[in-house]
Design a protein around this ligand. Sequence first.
Ligand SMILES: [Ca+2]
Ligand SMILES: [Ca+2]
Length: 257
Amino acid sequence: MTMTNSIEELSTDDTAETITTTIGTTPMTETSITAMTETSIKEFSTDEIDNSFSLMTTTEETTTRTLSNIDTRTTTMIPPNLLENPGGELGTLAGWTQTGSSSVILDSGGVLNSGYNPHSGSYCFAGGRGPGTPSKLTQNVKLLGGVQGFTEIQLASRLLRAYVSFYYQTWDTFFMPHDDVEVSLTFRSSFSAVLSTVSSRALACKSSNPGWCTYTNAFPLPVGTRSIDYTMMFIRRGTIIGNNIDSYIDDNSLRVF
Ligand SMILES: [Ca+2]
Ligand SMILES: [Ca+2]
């Protein structure tokens, strides 16, 4: 190491100024050089070559600790679920607007079909009585000036994504086709114009009945998005028998980051 040589070459006649110059030629960061120079000038005397070396070592350790502190300050942010009443736990459809051909119902367990219960809590959403299809619930979530305080610049950054997740189950009977669920996001501009719509596509949970499946996905936020319509859709399949729309959703989540 260059510094070791510098110290060996020093004589008792060397001044602090000479030492400073020698240290300055070593390939170190500006911060390190400044810190070492100041320490050396202040602490070094011509009788303390060994002490000087230990001071340099101490200064290097200080620099390392500073870098570690910078790393530590990188904390993990957990963005909030932007949906109100996402799992029906208010006991009403508060926060949601009926927008379909039939009415979505709140199911506290076994209302539409025996044995088909909420995924969590005391309620879930169910397709309802039909026969009009689909039944839908929609909630508009504001991003500009919303709970996360997004600015227009952030919403134009092309860096944000909408993360969607929910649980769904499907009533199963040998004689009839499964009904489906579908969740869509409609991205809206400041004048509420539709920028684009994305969706989970129609889903039926066939792995266990009753039993819940889960869906997760992330969609890039179009530039200019100011709000998002989150829509649950319940789709009746088979038009001859079975008026009920026997599909369920619980624990909706919409996060933007
Ligand atoms: Ca629930
Ligand atoms: Ca049905």
